[in-house]
Write a protein that binds this ligand. Structure first.
Ligand code: HEM
Length: 466
């Protein structure tokens, strides 16, 4: 059921459907001059100015702009704009506290602890707005940035880009599975067969999958309605360490008595042309950790080879008991689909819209280096607590969804330590081999919880007084 009051022109773009541009620039803004900031927001929401980028809505139409422009506000940002006390008090606790104070829930300790975050996220009090520009050319990013600069203090600039072939670092194809929403036609997602999600999964003020429950709408309704939340994360990826661990694991597996149940002798060619046994085992470990082969083919449908039977889907699969996708793999943890998880009521309610792009220099596995690189991730939904945090805490870092993995972390991005980490590789006979000793491959370098207001809400904010 689509809500009567739903108007796509009033919703910020990039929430219900992705832009799929080559480049992104996230500007981290501080509101120093309240009036200048409010004026900017008013013009940006109304459009029609040559001097201020227009906020892109959900239906930019055929005349696609050179640069797509969207904003998210932190709690500190709402306060800096002068939002009244009853408004501030109506936002949920996790948003009010902000990402740094939720560090333990998110696994942001050790190298990922907020005290190690570089500028601008070392000082969350100055992080008021994350303004994101999406474009195909750098000149469009520069132009929009120059238009933003006069109204704010730019405290951070983070550039990201799409890697070739839809890949992310660690060399996996990404952005295959995204939620789809009732009443929204996304040509990119037509091939997906998963049930559509109600709008309330991602937009405030609409029905959710929970019987009779909706996530709270901040007041006044003009501000809260049709808004959403974003966990903006700067996630560093240790690409060299990841590749190194794959080799270590493969070499250990060579002499394991059950390795034939993982890779029967002579089948290396099914894993990749020209691969030797270590090379093929490396790919199997990588695939099982993710739940997809690095080319995107899902293990649930093609467990033994990334070269599937013709017609095998990338997206239409589920996790029945005995599924050939390991319960501990990244994609099964992050979206258990219809699987029999412990928190059965939570199936498909913790859906996250993912809009990520990579940052940092290219990585060449033949010439590994430790340069800073990773993912600028946006994890969007109607509740940071019940969705993003619940996924990170319960499923990624505790494994509470299945007794077979409880107590272990996501092997790709969990808060792992070599002393305690484990991951069960699934064997063809249904048994397993336990991998141990892997470190953390992904850790936070910054981020912020932002509220993504509707366009009328941005206009409302621009008219605040005082
Ligand atoms: C640098 C960090 C990360 C990397 C390298 C990574 C990688 C991947 C890859 C390769 C996929 C498979 C592509 C697809 O199904 O679209 C995937 C899917 C997914 N990831 Fe991540 N991811 C990262 C962080 C996260 C985080 C922090 C979360 C959320 C808490 C997350 C949630 C998901 C979800 C929900 C899916 C889709 C699962 C499905 O619907 O089947 N990822 N990720």
């Amino acid at each position: 059921m689509v809500s009567v009051a739903f108007d796509r022109l009033e919703i910020q773009g990039n929430i219900l459907r992705g832009y799929r541009r080559n480049l992104v620039r996230h500007l981290v803004l501080e509101v120093r001059n309240r009036d200048a900031a409010r004026r900017f927001l008013g013009v940006a929401a109304a459009g029609g100015s040559d001097d201020v980028p227009r906020i892109t809505n959900e239906a930019p139409g055929r005349a696609r702009p050179d640069a797509f422009f969207n904003i998210g506000l932190t709690f500190a940002g709402l306060r800096a704009l002068g939002a009244p006390q009853d408004t501030l008090a109506s936002f949920p606790t996790e948003f009010v506290e902000g990402m740094t104070r939720r560090a333990l829930k998110l696994g942001d300790f050790g190298p990922g602890a907020p005290e190690h975050w570089p500028q601008p996220f070392d000082n969350p009090a100055r992080v008021h707005i994350v303004a994101s520009i999406y474009a195909d050319f750098k000149a469009s990013l520069d132009k929009a940035q120059a238009q933003v600069a006069p109204a704010f203090t730019i405290v951070g600039v983070l550039d990201g880009r799409s890697l070739p072939n839809q890949k992310v670092f660690f060399d996996y194809k990404d952005n295959i599975s995204q939620p789809r929403f009732q009443g929204i036609d996304d040509p990119e997602q037509r091939r997906v067969d998963e049930p559509k999600d109600p709008l309330g999964t991602v937009l405030l003020g609409h029905p959710t999958r929970f019987e009779g429950l909706e996530f709270g709408v901040p007041v006044p309704r003009e501000l809260g309605f049709n808004g959403s939340y974003n966990a903006f994360r700067v996630l560093r990826q240790d690409a060299a360490g990841f590749e190194r661990y794959l080799t270590t694991a493969a070499e250990r597996l060579l002499s394991h008595p059950d390795v034939g149940q993982l890779l029967p002798k002579g089948e290396e060619g099914w894993i990749g042309a020209g691969l030797d046994r270590v090379g093929a085992l490396r790919e199997i470990v990588a695939a099982q950790m993710c739940g997809r082969w690095r080319n995107g083919v899902p293990l649930a449908l093609s467990p033994d080879s990334p070269l599937p039977e013709p017609g095998v889907s990338e997206t239409n699969f589920d996790y029945p008991r005995g599924s050939t996708c390991p319960a501990g793999s990244h994609i099964r943890r992050a979206n258990p689909r219809g699987g029999q998880i412990v928190q059965r009521i939570a199936n498909r309610t913790r859906r996250l819209v993912r809009r990520g792009m990579s940052y940092g220099p290219d990585f060449d596995p033949k010439l590994p280096d430790d340069a800073e690189r990773g993912l600028l991730g946006n994890f969007i939904g109607a509740s940071l607590g019940a969705q993003f945090e619940a996924v990170m805490y319960d499923w990624i870092n505790l494994g509470l969804q299945d007794p077979d993995i409880t107590g272990s972390n996501d092997p790709l991005l969990g808060a792992n330590e070599p002393e305690t980490s484990w991951f069960d590789l699934r064997l063809r006979n249904g048994g397993h081999i336990r991998l141990r000793g892997f470190p953390r491959f992904v850790w936070a370098r910054g981020g912020a919880y932002t509220f993504l207001p509707s366009l009328p809400a941005i206009t409302y904010l621009s008219k605040l007084t005082g």
